[in-house]
Ligand binder design. Structure first.
Ligand code: DHB
Length: 471
């Protein structure tokens, strides 16, 4: 494994009025024994000014935070990114990488293996836990070559959206845990630490083995579903067609079955709110945890109102003297609409992205819940508990031998229907309980999306890093 600090290009990128000179180190294979070079390499970009001793935003080549986003979506392979944008992207709007560089961050974008990859002999090489293992290997590489890598390897901030947000949360929750070691050794990852400074997670699709029950708890009784189907047209551009339907009576029964299992899961977590009150659910799905979830949505509403957004059309909100005081959870779920049929993740027909994620080298799709296995329509297998565990940050938060990122920023849009809002709320609560500093918010009227508030994200990163630099 090597890093050639003299092998780079200096480039100018101009987007609209904005221009930056960068030093680009591209296509660096970050492991010694790659199984897929295309998706086990990364790009490293630094503002060129740093190499003449200049500072940007108070940072120098030694102190600049390393912003390390991933481009994973849908647990598919994540490509390496470019601050000038990919050929198919808009050229007039600066992307996340460009803006991060302009802000003074070093930007490292690792490609990451995903669920559909195969080798020449037809074996799958990107099934769980490959994606998190690759991300870790990339972090280890940076530490291994810290002397020559621009930026401060003790200030690595991962970032991602959806499945990418899940990976960022795994990076934040599982630092240096020995469970991943055999997988890291297999690909020849550097013998280094892989814990990170901070994790930025947009709508993380995590806790997959409990996501079905959370989803049905949230959408119980909302039986019509609405989603977009994406196809590529002949020019390789995505085309969307709406899919609208009603769940069958069988799916409605599945929904009820699954929803009835959520209280048991929530109660097993011994959750407490910030004031130490326990958050639980009674068998009918009501209780202090539900009140807490309502509070998250109501905070979102209040925040929106403070910025002048009109929310009066939301009939599920109750107001007293112009102040929002309560909400109707069912009407809220109905209004944002259900996207997925029950079960939302571990499909009984075993054809969801997550079934695909949990395949292995020769089996493409597997179940990952007891319910899915017991009710499978295709007599599928279930992934090993160990593999399911490796993909869930919740399994590691309480473990002392998993080094947690101290700082977390978690955003999960108020009208996101890809996974239940309860999933990110539970993650945030558990992290806080275990000593992490978590900035959690559900932004109003934001669907399943990420990177929509980069000014605030960068302000948060600067706050953490500058505080740390003073110490
Ligand atoms: C993503 C979205 C999903 O609804 C899902 O189940 C898994 C991944 C994504 O956008 O990454």
């Amino acid at each position: 494994m090597r890093f050639d600090k003299d092998n780079y290009q200096i480039e100018n990128i101009t987007i609209g009025e904005k221009s930056i000179d960068i030093r680009a180190f591209r296509n660096i294979i970050y492991v010694d024994k790659p199984v897929c070079e295309e998706f086990q390499r990364m790009n490293i970009f630094a503002p060129e000014k740093y190499y003449s001793g200049e500072k940007i935003n108070g940072y120098s080549i030694k102190t600049a935070p390393i912003f390390m986003p991933n481009m994973v979506g849908g647990y598919m392979p994540g490509i390496v990114g470019e601050p000038a944008g990919m050929p198919w992207e808009r050229k007039d709007v600066p992307n996340t990488f460009f803006r991060a560089l302009q802000h003074g961050y070093v930007v490292v974008i690792p490609a990451i293996r995903g669920r559909v990859l195969k080798n020449e002999t037809g074996e799958y090489i990107g099934k769980a836990p490959a994606c998190v293992v690759d991300y870790k290997a990339a972090v280890r590489y940076l530490r291994y070559f810290a002397k020559d890598i621009p930026g401060d390897v003790e200030k690595i901030i991962t970032n991602g959206t959806s499945a990418g947000g899940a990976l960022s949360s795994l990076m934040g929750a599982t630092g240096n845990n020995p469970d991943y070691e055999i997988y890291l050794e297999e690909i020849g990852a550097a013998k280094e630490r892989d814990d990170i400074f901070a994790a930025s997670c947009y709508c993380p699709i995590i806790n997959l083995e409990n996501a079905d029950v959370a989803y049905e708890w949230q959408f119980l009784g909302v039986n019509d579903y609405h989603r977009m189907h994406m196809n590529m047209d002949e020019g390789g551009r995505p085309q969307f067609t709406p899919i609208d339907g009603e769940m069958s009576s069988e799916q409605i029964k599945v929904s009820k079955d699954l929803a009835s299992l959520f209280p048991c899961y929530v109660n097993s977590l011994n959750l407490k709110d910030e004031a130490g009150n326990s958050l639980t659910l009674s068998p009918d799905g009501n209780g202090t945890f539900k009140d807490y979830m309502k509070k998250i949505v109501l905070d979102s509403v209040r925040h929106a109102m403070e910025t002048g957004i009109d929310v009066l059309d939301k009939k599920w909100l109750s107001f007293v003297d112009g102040t929002v005081v309560d909400m109707d959870w069912y009407e809220y779920a109905k209004d944002i609409t259900r996207m997925k049929t029950a079960p939302a993740f571990d499909a009984l027909t075993m054809d969801s992205p997550e079934n695909d994620l949990f395949g292995n080298s020769d089996v493409n799709m597997r179940h990952f819940t007891e319910y899915g296995l017991a009710n499978s329509k295709v007599v599928g297998e279930k992934a090993e508990d160990e593999v399911i565990k490796l993909m869930n940050p919740m399994s590691y938060i309480e473990k002392e031998n998993a080094i947690k990122a101290k700082y977390w920023r978690i955003r999960h849009g108020e009208c996101d229907r890809d996974t239940s809002l309860a999933i990110s709320a539970i993650l945030s609560l558990k992290l806080k309980e275990n000593g992490c500093e978590v900035d959690y918010h559900s932004p109003w009227s934001i669907p399943h999306a990420g990177d929509y508030d980069l000014d605030e994200l960068f302000e948060w990163i600067d706050g953490l890093c500058k505080n740390d630099m003073k110490k």
